[in-house]
Write a protein that binds this ligand. Structure first.
Ligand SMILES: Nc1nc2c(ncn2[C@@H]2O[C@H](COP(=O)(O)OP(=O)(O)OP(=O)(O)O)[C@@H](O)[C@H]2O)c(=O)[nH]1
Length: 302
């Protein structure tokens, strides 16, 4: 019997390629490779990069071993990156050698900069390693299911935003969002279908966030939306819009159309609620009320 030669040919042919796609050139950066803020990458743009414990530093490292203004990194007119210790209590070290106070030193690709108990790595422009660190960092701060921020990163970023709002006397609101009666969805259609519902809700949460808002999945079926510069009224309006959008969305776990709703608890920053744990506890209390009052609603802790 004649056989089709195309079916017999199982040879795997190597694709002719010029190598990985080359992304646009990027600036030099420093990456935290040890200590507080592990994995964080900070680009060194046109101006100088200030590293220190100060909240105003470009790379702010909240650790007591770091001086408020610890060191500065910049690119000189000849294009050479340089570093200067700013008289830090624990002198900046470059590849383990102490930098003399107020003296400049050139930086080369791969140099290690020790700032208190944190170690940074200097990565020169457009290096493959910079992309590697970026990808690892993105994996570390995102939830793989929804691609929103994960809880650990949310807490770290929320602490910073809350600190900034308190220092500048700016408003800030937090919404905690929980899927209603999600256990029966999982039990009936299975975890994989449940995951698809969570992914869809994650996309709706992200779609309702502004650029400066912080959207995260902070628990199994729990999401958070941190709204800097946002008073209670606009936060309430946004939460209502999100609640309505979820209630109106079409979900079909296991191929069966299913109505899914969410409950939302909101709390705003105030003198009595001036920390992330206090703000989260207040939003949680409001969420609990939303659940006990019948779900598919927004409640405010005020
Ligand atoms: N598919 C899926 N399910 C999850 C995930 N994380 C948590 N869950 C499920 O989410 C459900 C949460 O159920 P409960 O906390 O009992 O609450 P609920 O049924 O949503 O009811 P209420 O919150 O009271 O409205 C449990 O069945 C968990 O197994 C996840 O990552 N994927």
């Amino acid at each position: 019997m004649a056989t089709d030669p195309a079916q017999q040919d199982t040879t795997q042919r190597t694709l002719l390629s010029e190598g990985p796609l080359h992304p646009a050139p990027r600036s030099a950066c420093v990456v935290v490779i040890h200590g507080e803020g592990l994995g964080r990458r900070t680009d060194i743009r046109d101006g100088a990069l200030l590293v220190g414990r100060s909240h105003e530093a470009d790379l702010s490292i909240q650790h007591k071993s770091v001086s408020r203004q610890h060191c500065r990194i910049w690119r000189d007119a000849a294009g050479q990156y340089r570093i200067r210790d700013l008289g830090a209590t624990n002198a900046t070290r470059l590849n383990e050698a102490r930098l003399p106070a107020e003296a400049d030193a050139p930086l080369n690709d791969g140099d290690r900069i020790t700032v208190g108990e944190t170690i940074l790595k200097f990565i020169a422009q457009d290096s493959v390693e910079a992309r590697y660190h970026e990808e690892i960092y993105q994996l570390a701060v995102h939830d793989p299911l929804t691609e929103l921020h994960n809880r650990r990163h949310f807490c770290e970023m929320a602490d910073k935003e809350i600190g900034r709002a308190l220092r500048h006397g700016r408003p800030l609101a937090l919404c905690i969002i929980d899927v209603d009666l999600f256990k029966p969805v999982n039990d009936r259609y299975g975890h994989i279908s449940g995951d698809e519902v969570l992914r869809q809700i994650g996309a709706l949460v992200r779609g309702h966030a502004r650029n400066d808002d912080l959207a995260a999945r902070i628990g199994g079926e729990e999401f958070a939306l941190l709204l800097p510069e946002c008073e209670l009224e606009p936060a309430l309006r946004l939460a209502e819009r999100l609640r309505e959008a979820v209630a109106a969305a079409s979900f079909a776990p296991g191929g069966e159309p299913q109505r899914i709703t969410i409950s939302i608890g909101i709390a705003t920053l105030s003198p009595e609620r001036d920390s992330r744990p206090a703000l989260m506890a207040a939003a949680d209390a409001a969420l609990y009320r939303a659940k006990s009052e019948g779900r598919n609603r927004v409640c405010v802790e005020g």
